[in-house]
Design a protein around this ligand. Sequence first.
Ligand SMILES: Nc1nc2c(c(=O)[nH]1)N[C@H]1C(S)=C(S)[C@@H](COP(=O)(O)O)O[C@H]1N2
Ligand SMILES: [Mo]
Length: 524
Amino acid sequence: MAVHGGGPLRTTPVNRLLAALAGVLATLAGVAAGHLVAALLDPATSPVLTVGSQVIDLTPTPVKEWAISQFGDRDKPILIGSVLVGVVLLSAVAGLVARRRFAYGAGVLVLLVAVPATIALTRPAADPSAVVPSLVALVVGVAALGWLVRSARPASPSSSPSSSGASAAGSGPSRRGLLVAFGVVAGAAAVLGGAGRWVASYRSRGVDVDLPAAADPLAPLPRGLEERFPGITPLQVPNDEFYRVDTRLDVPIVDHESWTLTIDGDVEREVTFTFDDLLAMDLVEKDITLTCVSNSVGGKYVGGARWLGVPLVALLDRAGVGSRADQILSTDVDGMTISTPLALATDGRDALLAVGMNGEPLPREHGFPARMVIPGLYGFISATKWVTRMTLTTYADQDAYWTERDWATDAPIKPSSRIDTPRALADLDAGENVIGGVAWAQFDGGVGRVQVRVDGGPWQDAELGADVGNDYWRQWFLRWDATPGQHRIASRVVDGDGDPQSPARANPFPSGSSGIQELLVTVS
Ligand SMILES: Nc1nc2c(c(=O)[nH]1)N[C@H]1C(S)=C(S)[C@@H](COP(=O)(O)O)O[C@H]1N2
Ligand SMILES: [Mo]
């Protein structure tokens, strides 16, 4: 290889490749170091996560909906991946530039790091320390770049061995130095990045607090149909299987000892609760099915759980709600906001500030130390996780995160039935098969019936699982004698008033999907 000989800046493809690689490795090492420091201080300030969250916040709603419909749960990894691709390209440029003028290459890194630093500083709940991980990334990145660029420079012509002898070049000090430098930086990037991930997951592990029992505990749930018919979603979804939807790329680590919840705005007196204050109040237990407005018909952003918490009205009563407010604007630890129609939250339904989920403290992913849960309203206007403030205000005065993005302000959960088994495009054996799933209709008398239709034929009543109340979903199944061939299976819920779910197709935006799920199976 002609790495050696000629002037120090002879440009060959190999030289260029090495320079680009130097830029990429140096940046990766810097980003990994910044990520590790952020994991230790505040994960949300990681250079990767700040840029990713900003992209999430800036993405226009239609693009976001498209991404969710295309990539589903993988929208976040894909987002982080595309941010990384952009960073890799720019850092390759930094390496190429640094080869000729180191200061310019370092300058590209400064520009690169200025983006996460600025975002970290301007996010709603930021303090100046938010910039530390970006600075660490910069220092490590520039130092690594300097070392790599220097080691990739050919040794001075006088000491350079002839370019012809592989033996001489291969064992020369500069070749070895180059390998060592690139190897060390690549290794450091991997180790630092791995350590950052480990620290983040260690810190987001389960929380260890003891919750008091409810003043009036609920009886255990009846057995679910999932025990008889595998494939049907469990009546109560285990915490680690519960769907997660939020704008965060990381999991907020909130210290419950210093956490507080303040109720302010149009109130008689501003009140602040500590975690212990909440636990000292009368706790209630409620079985509530949470649903995301982004759930498409037949989708998986819905789940049933048993929540332990304080009735929302008990908290609002302590503050004394004024007469002007029509909205509860709740804010999370990071300044993200959700707006809830006050009239609906206080109309007698079991709105909660929850601290427990399925017999455990709230998992960090699901809002530890406290979150709102309101039956019948989609999560984006009712279920604020990591909540720290509830401001009584008006829709005319204040907008929340999704309201600014043109989502509906008043969004009751639309009744829907989902087929869990068989799966779409399944190959089934002829003879008896079980069709089963879950259905919900929070209003109008809850789930009255669930019906199944095969190949566009008549709607047949399914058998229903246990009734856990109107705020909860209901499992259902139907035995079906399948004949060979292709078949279309559809299901719908009929509410307690006898109204079937709407067949009109609607996308999730702006107030929730509707339509009837129908899937195709092959029987042989
Ligand atoms: N702080 C915060 N709370 C949030 C969100 C969020 O992005 N940030 N997403 C909401 C949405 S859209 C839904 S559907 C529910 C989902 O709750 P889960 O992740 O516990 O299932 O949380 C709600 N609460
Ligand atoms: Mo949602």
